[in-house]
Design a protein around this ligand. Sequence first.
Ligand SMILES: NC(=O)c1ccc[n+]([C@@H]2O[C@H](COP(=O)([O-])OP(=O)(O)OC[C@H]3O[C@@H](n4cnc5c(N)ncnc54)[C@H](OP(=O)(O)O)[C@@H]3O)[C@@H](O)[C@H]2O)c1
Length: 262
Amino acid sequence: MDFGLHDRHALVLGASQGLGLAAAKALLAEGARVTMSARTLERLLAARDALPAEQRARCFAVAAELGDADAAQQIIAGAQAQGGPVDILLNNTGGPPAGAPSAIKPAEMSEQFDRMVRPVVELTLALVAGMRARGWGRILTIASSGVVQPIPHLPMSNALRSTLVGFMKSLAGEVAGDGVTVNMVLPGRIATARTLSLDSGLAQRTGRALADVAKESAASIPAGRYGTPEEFGAVCAFLASAPASYITGSLIRVDGGAIRSI
Ligand SMILES: NC(=O)c1ccc[n+]([C@@H]2O[C@H](COP(=O)([O-])OP(=O)(O)OC[C@H]3O[C@@H](n4cnc5c(N)ncnc54)[C@H](OP(=O)(O)O)[C@@H]3O)[C@@H](O)[C@H]2O)c1
């Protein structure tokens, strides 16, 4: 299948490692130009240096802290200067801290909103106008299975990402007639540094071995294992592709069957 991405420019947030990097690599493999963004320029450049030479030439980097007030403008200016107008926006952020729902501190939630929600809305609104004018665009947002089935120890993630679900679903309806699709991709448990850190935290809190925690977690998934970043990235590349033109306003699960409801 031809994904039709050779003339497209994708901006991928949180792209220095994990799910964002996997999505960036999948888009590069399909021929897109890709601007990768995250806070750490060294990590972005190291990820780019590890790519095959042909892909390196159409891979760009912009470092920015999403919590900064001017992050969206900074990222867009850097991406457009290097790769041209943005056709595909892949929203991705760091995850919030874990803890009991009753222990949430409103001030901390507000800070996380400014890193996980506000800049995503700002970037989306700033870029969707050009996509609509050009008659083609893809907006993808990485969230979590927690927006369908709340994860007990990640209440801030469940709550803040659900705000993005409401916003993206609303936007999808407004822009569908202009050739722009808006979807969310929901990872269950994909083997990344974030998953390892959450498992390590749980192991520490419960006094159990990390290997036992990870084994029990994998056993709770119908697929019997964590997903790989490559499996996740491939889904993002397809949703960004030309053939995915009639999928919009959807939440796509990549979870090995972990969410039990239909
Ligand atoms: N992995 C899973 O199974 C899973 C499941 C459900 C939800 N999620 C969520 O999906 C997202 C990606 O997951 P992941 O596993 O790939 O996480 P990860 O390994 O922690 O990667 C997060 C990425 O975001 C960047 N980042 C973090 N904070 C940032 C900030 N304030 N400003 C700009 N960039 C920032 C990081 O790079 P720098 O540190 O260089 O900035 C990194 O590139 C996270 O929100 C995670 O909670 C993941």
